[in-house]
Design a protein. Structure first.
Length: 241
């Protein structure tokens, strides 16, 4: 079976594929999909699916439907990239592996505050990656584990950051694609993981303080360390362990 890795933008995709180098053998293939292109190396297909949960869900769904050979279907989907973190728990340049992928702003604003979509009686607002896989990847990468929030609007104020933490105690990071990737993977019956490298703090936007290069390097290192775990996970029969 294969591993599908979905990022938002090409620079993240390239950081992931750079982890594999020549270690997986063969020449990197390019597989066209509607509106995107898979970069294939060994058992890994890496896709830059676009920013935000809608683009991520659509790209993931297309890839799951037609990206893998019939003889080697996807056994795992990974949402990957850089993201903001609720420091100092997760400092810049560190790694986060999600033990919960949470739609933090999917719902309704009311006079009493925000209601998640589940409180409105619709759908779901959280996916849980396989706990054993979370533990294994965190162990080989040195990542922290905790909830990663998916937002459609990146947080830009201390007030909003505080509100998110109050609503989701223990959240480590926020990004824009994880929940969309997870939604598509769940509908295809494929387990999902989210891996984030921290480029900035959640809160006021101070671009001078961002460490995008360091985060991309950390993402490369993470996939280099975790490649065998991710590929080997396809053979696990107990995805809940």
């Amino acid at each position: 079976m294969r591993v599908l890795v979905v990022t938002a933008v090409p620079v993240e995709r390239d950081a992931v594929t750079r982890a594999f180098g020549d270690s997986l053998g063969g020449v990197e293939e390019r597989v066209p999909l509607p509106g995107a292109e898979l970069h294939r190396r060994g058992a890994f297909d890496v896709l830059a699916g676009g920013a935000g949960p809608a683009a991520a869900a659509a790209a993931t769904a297309f890839a799951l439907a037609s990206g893998a050979p019939e003889s080697s279907p996807y056994g795992l989907v990974v949402s990957a990239g850089i993201g903001g973190a609720f420091t100092p728990v997760t400092p810049l340049g560190s790694l986060v592996v999600a033990d919960g992928i949470v739609a933090a702003d999917l719902g309704a604003e009311t006079a009493e505050g925000f209601l998640p979509v589940t409180a409105l009686g619709f759908g779901r607002d959280r996916f849980a990656p396989p706990p054993a896989l979370v533990r294994e990847v965190a162990a080989v990468t040195g990542a922290a584990t905790g909830p990663v929030l998916t937002v459609s609007t990146v947080t830009g104020t201390a007030e909003r950051a505080g509100a998110l933490l109050a609503a989701h105690p223990g959240a480590l990071a926020e990004a824009m694609e994880g929940f969309g990737v997870a939604e598509a993977a769940a509908r295809a019956g494929v387990p999902v993981l989210e891996v984030r490298a921290v480029s900035n703090a959640v809160g006021p936007r101070d671009r001078d303080a961002w460490r995008i290069g360091d985060a991309l390097a950390a993402l490369t290192d993470a996939f280099g360390a975790a490649a065998s775990v991710l590929e080997g996970w396809n053979s696990h029969e107990n995805l809940e362990g």
